[in-house]
Write a protein that binds this ligand. Structure first.
Ligand SMILES: C[S@@+](CC[C@H](N)C(=O)[O-])C[C@H]1O[C@@H](n2cnc3c(N)ncnc32)[C@H](O)[C@@H]1O
Length: 494
């Protein structure tokens, strides 16, 4: 799609504009920017009429408006013809339009550009997506980027790279990055994204390979695998949209990734997956995922973030495919529901799986439902979970009693009770960081948490509480230790 020399000239033009996330946001202003996020371009049109290179690039790519040849030449000097040949632009008499999206993207430390397909459905036009459509940066892309553990690693794999967005992030902290895909259009766009950002010394170019799931990396091992796979659970009928449909039944694509990933992980390596999984009649979702995880030799933390009822799920993905109002909409809807019924599927879970190849004889699995607001990025808290499981996951009761624990950063206590009452009815411990857990404490637990400043050991604190409250110390140790274990596992105490 882009020759290296065109990529570097294009990068220079984008930088000169400067076509960056911050510059575009400032140009549009908050209201027009938010409208554009809702696929409405009208407010942004009014803010980009000055003919400057930044306005021209924003009009061309973000608003999908044709611009005059003169404006285009000023914004992309000497590049109109080569970019037309490369399939990025389309030139007609006196005008230039974009054929693909060149999106300004970045994080706190980087200004990047991502090559992807144009956003469908702007300004209420029909949302038309072809089978090989290459998504830009979606909500799911951002979720995975925020979930990913960003520690320096030697190698990373982005399975199902699409436009290459995860590979860009991975390249900022991995020595070597491979992105894979089966969609030829995605492979070309990911390569263009890699070429366009290749001179950033803090996120060097990544490699892009063609092939399904782990096929392109057979025999290799990675320190980190990050994947936002095509996880939509749909009947294998009709046209397959490759960005979301794997062609495998139910949640089989996720099962395969989870069960096969450990063979591609170095010791201590992570595999982080964004996924849907089915809730089947008579089987708790946690049993289904535990079955997948139990033979992997990996510790795992699975967070179910949402559960969709079946009609909501079908409507969402029919709308995503632009099928609302199509003549066969009702028939497709009905077929999908009928297929769910045949499979015994009752609902669809959405969430995050973080596996870590610890090689423990009995891996530590934590599966939980957490639909509440959390702190983003959550990645650092996934690392912290791993550090806690290493420190205390396999600790004996005696080791826990001997530990000198401290409260987590930002742990607060809330008390609830009638106004003016001497004692509260309810005491809550609430974490302000990470998944922002909260937990009700009884008097002993509240006393324990309050006294954890690293000075006394857990055993000494419990003995002191036994004395104050008139309990038997040995009994209180035995009854309190499971709570201590939970408070450590949940990150209230370190
Ligand atoms: C949901 S998109 C994710 C794109 C990008 N990684 C992101 O985070 O936005 C899923 C990607 O997986 C690719 N894909 C589909 N089937 C695949 C398979 N069997 N093996 C590898 N990649 C596949 C699709 O082409 C698509 O690019």
């Amino acid at each position: 799609m882009l020759r290296d020399s065109d990529a570097s000239a294009l990068r220079a033009a984008l930088r000169a504009a400067p076509y960056t996330v911050d510059a575009v946001a400032e140009l549009l202003g908050a209201d027009a920017h938010r409208a554009l996020m809702r696929n409405e371009t009208t407010p942004a049109r009014r803010r980009t009429a000055d003919g400057s290179p930044l306005s021209t690039l924003t009009r061309l790519f973000a608003l999908q408006l044709p611009v005059s040849l003169d404006e285009a030449e000023r914004a992309l000097p000497g590049l109109i013809d080569p970019l037309s040949v490369a399939g990025v632009l389309e030139r007609s008499v006196g005008e230039v339009a974009a054929r693909v999206d060149l999106r300004a993207y970045g994080d706190d430390h980087h200004d990047w550009w991502v090559v992807c397909d144009l956003t469908p459905g702007l300004d209420g036009s029909p949302r038309t997506v072809g089978p090989e459509h290459v998504l830009g940066i979606s909500e799911a892309s951002s979720s995975l980027a925020q979930l990913t553990v960003r520690e320096p690693v030697g190698s990373a794999l982005d399975l199902g790279t699409g436009c290459g967005v995860q590979s860009l992030h991975l390249a900022s902290h991995a020595g070597r990055v491979v992105g894979t895909d089966v969609n030829p259009r995605a492979l070309a766009m990911a390569r263009a994204t890699a070429a366009l950002n290749a001179d950033d010394p803090s996120s060097p170019a990544f490699e892009v390979r063609d092939g399904s799931l782990f096929d392109p990396v057979r025999g290799e091992r990675y320190d980190l695998i990050a994947t936002n796979p095509p996880f939509v659970v749909s009947p294998a009928t009709g046209e397959r949209l490759v960005y979301r449909d794997s062609g495998l039944p139910g949640d089989e694509v996720v099962r395969r990734i989870v069960t096969e990933a450990p063979s591609y992980l170095n010791p201590g390596g992570w595999c982080q997956v964004l996924a849907n999984w089915v809730h089947v009649e008579g089987q708790p979702w946690t049993d289904r995922i535990t079955d997948w995880l139990s033979g992997t030799g990996c510790d795992a933390w699975v967070l179910q973030r949402e559960v969709a009822d079946l009609p909501t799920y079908v409507e969402m993905w029919l709308a995503d495919a632009g099928l609302q109002g199509a003549p066969d909409y009702v028939q497709r809807y009905d077929t999908w529901l009928g297929w769910f019924e045949e499979q015994g599927i009752e609902a669809i879970g959405f969430g995050w799986l973080s596996l870590r190849n610890t090689g423990r004889d009995v891996p530590l699995l934590r599966l939980e439902e957490w639909p509440y607001e959390i702190e983003q990025p959550i990645g650092p808290h996934v690392s912290a979970w791993a550090a806690r499981t290493d420190a205390y996951g396999a600790a004996t009761d005696d080791e826990l009693l001997a530990a000198h624990l401290v409260q987590a950063d930002g742990l607060v206590q809330e008390t609830i009770g009638p106004a003016g009452a001497a004692d509260p009815e309810v005491i809550m411990a609430r974490l302000q960081r990470g998944v922002r857990r909260a937990r009700q404490l009884d008097t002993v637990e509240a006393g324990l948490v309050g006294a954890c400043d690293g000075d006394l050991s857990v055993g000494q604190i419990i003995d002191a509480l036994a004395q104050i409250l008139g309990h038997d110390a040995a009994q209180l140790r035995a009854s309190t230790i499971p709570t201590v274990r939970a408070l450590v596992a949940d990150g209230y105490l370190h």
